[in-house]
Design a protein around this ligand. Sequence first.
Ligand SMILES: C[C@@]1(CC(=O)O)C2=NC(=C\c3[nH]c(c(CCC(=O)O)c3CC(=O)O)Cc3[nH]c(c(CC(=O)O)c3CCC(=O)O)/C=C3\N/C(=C\2)[C@@H](CCC(=O)O)[C@]3(C)CC(=O)O)/[C@H]1CCC(=O)O
Ligand SMILES: NC(=O)c1ccc[n+]([C@@H]2O[C@H](COP(=O)([O-])OP(=O)(O)OC[C@H]3O[C@@H](n4cnc5c(N)ncnc54)[C@H](O)[C@@H]3O)[C@@H](O)[C@H]2O)c1
Length: 200
Amino acid sequence: MLNRSEENHLFPVFLKLDKIQTLIVGGGYVGLEKLGALLKNDEEANVKLIAPVISQEIYCIAASHPSIKLVLKKYATSDLAGINLVIGATNFYEVNKQVYSDAKALGILVNVADTPELCDFYLGSTVKKGNLKIGISTNGKSPTFAKRLRAILEEVLPDHTDDILQNLAEIRKALKGDFEKKMEVLNEITASFVHDKNKN
Ligand SMILES: C[C@@]1(CC(=O)O)C2=NC(=C\c3[nH]c(c(CCC(=O)O)c3CC(=O)O)Cc3[nH]c(c(CC(=O)O)c3CCC(=O)O)/C=C3\N/C(=C\2)[C@@H](CCC(=O)O)[C@]3(C)CC(=O)O)/[C@H]1CCC(=O)O
Ligand SMILES: NC(=O)c1ccc[n+]([C@@H]2O[C@H](COP(=O)([O-])OP(=O)(O)OC[C@H]3O[C@@H](n4cnc5c(N)ncnc54)[C@H](O)[C@@H]3O)[C@@H](O)[C@H]2O)c1
């Protein structure tokens, strides 16, 4: 059998959080952190958050985000009805484990915060400049490294990055007809991005 080398095998996907229903179980510090991570990417993310005790900070955020629904109760398996993605963030391993096994039984993708062995997917650090989004994963090796790299990328990416994307989108729209010709023109216009880097 082939040896599965120690490298990052995660496949990045960019989810439309306004089109799916996400559930967070737990409304403490970690629940707040995960809610913040979702909202940082989409202020209109559909998120239901369930916990018997929910922090003031979470109530505050929910008050200004109509797509967030808070439910003051303990987790039950039936809470997974209609859920596409679930994040377990309670302070009880047994509850998080229950969320994990219920989700697996129902085919729902699950992340238990800070517990890699109970995760189908990880949350990554994300950099956003207008339409550009970069996701960073260290394969769980060092979230702190991911955080630092995010800060570096946020600083080095010029503020006009989105203007470049908008211009390219206009050109792309205007290039009607022959697909190969269109590819040729777009490759030619963007070639300098790579060449400029190689000059240094
Ligand atoms: C990216 C980010 C997204 C988010 O969650 O928002 C994220 N963690 C962030 C920050 C952060 N988390 C922790 C610290 C404290 C320092 C430290 O421990 O290193 C810091 C740093 C800080 O806060 O400064 C604690 C921690 N995290 C994990 C473990 C368990 C373990 O490693 O075994 C422990 C130890 C718990 C304990 O000791 O009990 C595990 C995971 N954390 C992940 C994501 C996934 C892997 C991502 C990757 O591949 O890089 C993964 C595998 C699962 C998951 O949770 O999805 C966000 C950065 C956002 C940003 O600022 O850009
Ligand atoms: N706080 C941190 O910095 C940190 C860092 C790494 C790991 N962790 C771990 O993450 C977990 C959560 O930490 P936290 O700081 O958010 O805890 P917390 O005490 O602030 O919040 C726990 C939340 O879980 C809810 N909860 C408890 N039982 C529940 C149930 N049956 N159903 C639904 N919700 C329930 C509580 O009501 C509360 O809202 C813990 O296991 C902790 O060890 C915390």
